[in-house]
Design a protein around this ligand. Structure first.
Ligand code: MOS
Length: 783
C-alpha cells in the first residue's frame, strides 16, 4: 500500500472548525422558540418524595411547565425499552418515573421556561419534601455483602482459575499480599451534558403515533445510534421520526456511552410542550452520573527464589447501584499478563445507594493494573530484584488464560526502548537512595544571606534552606495492557466526478481523532488529495456503527471505511479499463496505483487514467457504495489480541513537606500500526496526564453522612493542570499485526492511561520508602 496519508502526522481535519467556534456542540443549536429546561436534583441519597411543590415556580411569568413524577406522561413500561447498547444487566434508571430516590442528586423535576436564567431561578423555588431512608454509600461497610454479578454482555468472561493458586501461594518461598483501594472518580469532560430536542409538530400521514411528529435530537453522546434506539423505544417513536445528531463532543471518556438523563428530560419536555427544548447540566450535576467505581483489590503473589511467579490471586470488589450490575474487567488482565501456572481471579460487586457506575477511560484496567503492577513492585522489593527484571523474568510469550498465541506482542521492545529512553539502567534500587537539588539551592541562598547578616548566620541559613529544598527522587515502572477490539460497522462512500469523496458512518469523534484518521484512510485507499475527502459522523441516519468506546473505533470503523473505499476502487478501475485505448486494459487491480486522483500502472506511472476521466467517459456522475464490515472472527479467535505499554515515571518528593511532582514519564506503546503519529501521540499523552491525576489527585469524596459527593466542582475535584505536567515522552514501538484487522491498528484510546498510576505509585515508594496503597497519593499520606 502506498502511504500518502496513513501513518503520517496529519493535523486534525476538524481542528479549524474547533478553534474558530464553527464546531457546534449539543447546547449550541439555536432554533426559534427554544425553551430551556433546568433540572432539580434530589437532596437525599435514598427515600421517597413525600411532596413536591412547584407552585411558586409555576407562578412566575415565562415558566412553561414543571415536570415531576406526578405529571410525567406514561411511557414505555418494560425495562427492556430503557436499555441501551451498553446497559449492564438490571433495571435502567427512569427519570421522573416514581417517587423513589435511588441516589443523591437524582433528577426529581425539570423546570422549563422561556429563558435559561428563569428556568434556573424557578428551579430553586421548587420545594421537595422527602421521607428519608437510611442509605449505604460506603463500599467498605458493604463488602461482606458482595456477590458475583451476572455477566455483562459486552465483556469477556472472567478467566477460569488454573492450577491451585492457594496451595502454590502457601508454598512459595517469597510472598506478598496487599490490598489496594481506589476511589470514586468522575469523568469531568469540559463540555457538560446537554441535549437540544427539536420537535417538528407536523403530523404526517405515515407517522406511527397519532400525535406523532418528527424530532431531531442534538445530544452529547459517544453513540448517536445508541441514543436513537433509546429515544425510539422509550417514547414509542418510529425509527424514521427520530434523528440524533452529535458531530462534536467536548470530551466524554466513557460518560457519554449511555443515554444520560438530560436526554430523556429534553425529549420528554419537547414532546409534551411541542416546542424545542434544551436541557444542559451544571458542573455539579455532572457528579450525579455514572462514575469510575470505588474498588478494593487484594493481590497475592508467590514467587520462587529466582523470581519466577508461582501463584497469583487477584480479588476485586467494586460498588454498583441498587438497580444495575455494572461490572468491568478489573482482574481479567492478571490471568494473561505474566507467565504463571497457578492463578485465581475473583470479581464481586456490592450494591450502594449511588447511580450506576459507567465506563471511564480504560474501565477495569485502570484499577486492575494499578493493583497488579503495584504488587509486582512490592514483590520485586521482597525478592531484591529490579522491577523491570522481574517483569522480563515472567514475560508471557503466549496467553495462558486462553491457551492462545498473541496476534502480536512487542511488549519486550516496549520495555527495552522505554527503559533506554528513561535511563532506567542508572537507577539505584534502594528506596530513598536518590536525592537531588537541595544543597545547591541552600548554598546560594546561604551566601547571599551570609554577606548581609554575617558569615555564621549565613552558613546556618544556607543549611536550613538546603534541607527545605531536598527532593527525594523516585523511579518507578509498570506494564499496561488493553484489548484490541473490533466490532461490526458500516460505511458509505460517494465519489463524484469532480473528484470529491464523501464517506460516512454513524460513529463519533470524542476528541480522539476519528474524523482525521477516517479521512486519511479514505484518501489513501482512493489515492485522492486529502482536501478532497470529507468524513461525516455523529448522525444516527448514517450507516451503522457502535458507540465510540473501548479503543475499538479505529479498527472497527476504519475497516469499514477501507472496505467501502476498496469497493469504489474496484468500480473505478473497471471504468478506467473501459476508457477508449485505456493503458490499463490488460492490467489487474494489483498492478495499479491510485494516487493524485489517477489510476496508474505501478510499473509505469506515465500510463494512467484520471479518476475524473474514467467517470466522465462512462457517463457516470457519481459512484455510491455502502458496506458492512465485520471482524474476521475465524482468524481473530485463534489469537489473543492486545495492545501493550511500558510506563516509566520519575517523581520528586519534597522530603519535608511530602509534595509530589511527576517530573518525567516515558511510555512505550505497542499498539499495532499507528495510523497517525500526531493524533496517536495526543491520545497516549492524554492518557498519561490522566494517569498522573489518577495517581495523585482525583477523588470524588463521598460524605457518608449524606451519601453525597462533596467536591462536586472543578475547584475541589482535582485534575492535573499545566503546572502539574512536566516531561512526557511517548514512544511507538513498531508492531506488525495482520490478524487484528486489515489495518493492523489496535486502538489507542485507553492504553495510554493503563499502568501510569502504578508506575507513579512505585516511584513514590522508591523515593520515600513508603508504600501508599490507596489512591490518590496525597501528601498527607506520606507524612
Ligand atoms: Mo471509553 S471508557 O471506552 O469511552
Amino acid at each position: 500500500m502506498t502511504t500518502n496519508y496513513i501513518g503520517r502526522p496529519i493535523s486534525r481535519v476538524d481542528g479549524r472548525a474547533k478553534v474558530t467556534g464553527a464546531a457546534k456542540y449539543a447546547a449550541e443549536y439555536n432554533v426559534p422558540n427554544l425553551a430551556y429546561g433546568c433540572v432539580v436534583s434530589s437532596a437525599i441519597a435514598k427515600g421517597r418524595i413525600k411532596n413536591i411543590d412547584a407552585g411558586d415556580a409555576l407562578r412566575l411569568e415565562g415558566v412553561l411547565q414543571v415536570f415531576t413524577h406526578e405529571n410525567s406522561p406514561r411511557l414505555a413500561q418494560s425495562d427492556q425499552s430503557y436499555t441501551d447498547e451498553l446497559a449492564p444487566p438490571g433495571s435502567p434508571f427512569r427519570p421522573l418515573h416514581d417517587d423513589s430516590i435511588k441516589f443523591n442528586a437524582q433528577p426529581v423535576a425539570l423546570v422549563v421556561a422561556e429563558t435559561f436564567e428563569l428556568a434556573r431561578f424557578a428551579a430553586s423555588l421548587v420545594r421537595v419534601e422527602y421521607e428519608i431512608e437510611e442509605h449505604a454509600t460506603d463500599l467498605k461497610e458493604k463488602r461482606q455483602e458482595a456477590y458475583i454479578p451476572k455477566p455483562r454482555p459486552v465483556l469477556p468472561p472472567l478467566p477460569e482459575p488454573r492450577g491451585d493458586a492457594e496451595r502454590a501461594f502457601a508454598n512459595s518461598a517469597t510472598r506478598i499480599e496487599a490490598e489496594y483501594d481506589s476511589p470514586f472518580e468522575h469523568h469531568n469532560p469540559m463540555e457538560p451534558f446537554a441535549t437540544t430536542a427539536v420537535w417538528e409538530d407536523a403530523v404526517r400521514e405515515d407517522a406511527v403515533r397519532k400525535d406523532g411528529g418528527k424530532i431531531t435530537v442534538y445530544d452529547k453522546t459517544q453513540g448517536a445510534q445508541n441514543i436513537h434506539g433509546y429515544v425510539c423505544n422509550v417514547f414509542g417513536l418510529s425509527k424514521d421520526d427520530v434523528r440524533v445528531v452529535s458531530p462534536f463532543v467536548g470530551g466524554a471518556f466513557g460518560s457519554g456511552l449511555r443515554p444520560q438523563y438530560q436526554l430523556f428530560l429534553a425529549v420528554l419536555a419537547a414532546r409534551e410542550l411541542k416546542r424545542p427544548v434544551r436541557v444542559s447540566l451544571t458542573r455539579q450535576q455532572m457528579f450525579s452520573f455514572g462514575h469510575r467505581p470505588h474498588t478494593l483489590q487484594r493481590v497475592s503473589l508467590g514467587a520462587a527464589p529466582d523470581g519466577a511467579l508461582e501463584a497469583l490471586i487477584h480479588k476485586a470488589i467494586a460498588e454498583t447501584s441498587r438497580f444495575e450490575d455494572y461490572s468491568e474487567t478489573v482482574a481479567h488482565w492478571s490471568a494473561m499478563l505474566y507467565r504463571c501456572e497457578n492463578v485465581r481471579l475473583e470479581y464481586k460487586l456490592a450494591q450502594l445507594d449511588v447511580n450506576t457506575p459507567i465506563d471511564m477511560r480504560a474501565p477495569g484496567a485502570t484499577w486492575g493494573l494499578y493493583a497488579l503492577e503495584s504488587a509486582m513492585d512490592e514483590l520485586a522489593y521482597e525478592l531484591g530484584v529490579d522491577p523491570l527484571e522481574l517483569r522480563l523474568k515472567n514475560y508471557a510469550d503466549e496467553d495462558q488464560s486462553k491457551n492462545k498465541p498473541f496476534s502480536s506482542k512487542e511488549l519486550r521492545e516496549c520495555y527495552r526502548q522505554g527503559a533506554e529512553k528513561f535511563g532506567w539502567a542508572r537507577r539505584n534500587h534502594e528506596p530513598r537512595s536518590m536525592k537531588e537539588v537541595g544543597k545547591e539551592v541552600g548554598k546560594e541562598v546561604g551566601k547571599e544571606v551570609g554577606k548581609e547578616v554575617g558569615k555564621e548566620v549565613g552558613k546556618e541559613v544556607g543549611k536550613e534552606v538546603g534541607r527545605d529544598g531536598d527532593q527525594l527522587i523516585g523511579w518507578g515502572m509498570a506494564t499496561g495492557v488493553w484489548e484490541a477490539m473490533q466490532m461490526t460497522a458500516a460505511a458509505k462512500a460517494v465519489l463524484t466526478a469532480d473528484g470529491k469523496l464523501k464517506v460516512g458512518s454513524a460513529t463519533a469523534d470524542i476528541g480522539t481523532g476519528t474524523y482525521t484518521i477516517m479521512t486519511q484512510i479514505a484518501a489513501e485507499t482512493l489515492g485522492l488529495p486529502i482536501e478532497k475527502v470529507t468524513f461525516e459522523l455523529g448522525d444516527s441516519s448514517l450507516p451503522q456503527a457502535p458507540a465510540e468506546g473501548g479503543s475499538l473505533t479505529a479498527a472497527t470503523v476504519g475497516t469499514a471505511v477501507k472496505a467501502v473505499c476498496d469497493k469504489v476502487r474496484e468500480k473505478l478501475f473497471k471504468l478506467a479499463q473501459k476508457v477508449e485505448k485505456s493503458p490499463l486494459a490488460g492490467a489487474k487491480l494489483e498492478d495499479v496505483v491510485f494516487s493524485d486522483g489517477r489510476i496508474a500502472l505501478s510499473s509505469d506511472f506515465s500510463k494512467f487514467v484520471s479518476v475524473a476521466d474514467a467517470m466522465r467517459r462512462a457517463g457516470i456522475s457519481s459512484i455510491e457504495e455502502e458496506i458492512v464490515a465485520s471482524p474476521d472472527e475465524k482468524m481473530r479467535s485463534q489469537y489473543s489480541r492486545y495492545a501493550h505499554s511500558a510506563v516509566f515515571a520519575e517523581v520528586k518528593v519534597d522530603q519535608d513537606l511530602g509534595v509530589i511532582r511527576v517530573t518525567r514519564v516515558v511510555s512505550a506503546v505497542a499498539g499495532g500500526r499507528i495510523l497517525n503519529p500526531k493524533t496517536a501521540r495526543s491520545q497516549v499523552m492524554g492518557g498519561i496526564v490522566w494517569g498522573i491525576g489518577v495517581a495523585l489527585e482525583e477523588e470524588s469524596v463521598m460524605d457518608q453522612n449524606f451519601g453525597r459527593f462533596m467536591n462536586h466542582n472543578l475547584a475541589e475535584y482535582h485534575v492535573p493542570v499545566n503546572a502539574d505536567i512536566r516531561e512526557i515522552d511517548v514512544i511507538f514501538v513498531e508492531e506488525n499485526d495482520s490478524i487484528v484487522n486489515p489495518l493492523g491498528a489496535k486502538g489507542l484510546g485507553e492504553i495510554g492511561i493503563v499502568g501510569v498510576a502504578a508506575a507513579i505509585a512505585n516511584a513514590v515508594f522508591h523515593a520515600t520508602g513508603k508504600r501508599v496503597r490507596d489512591l490518590p497519593i496525597t501528601l498527607d499520606k506520606l507524612l
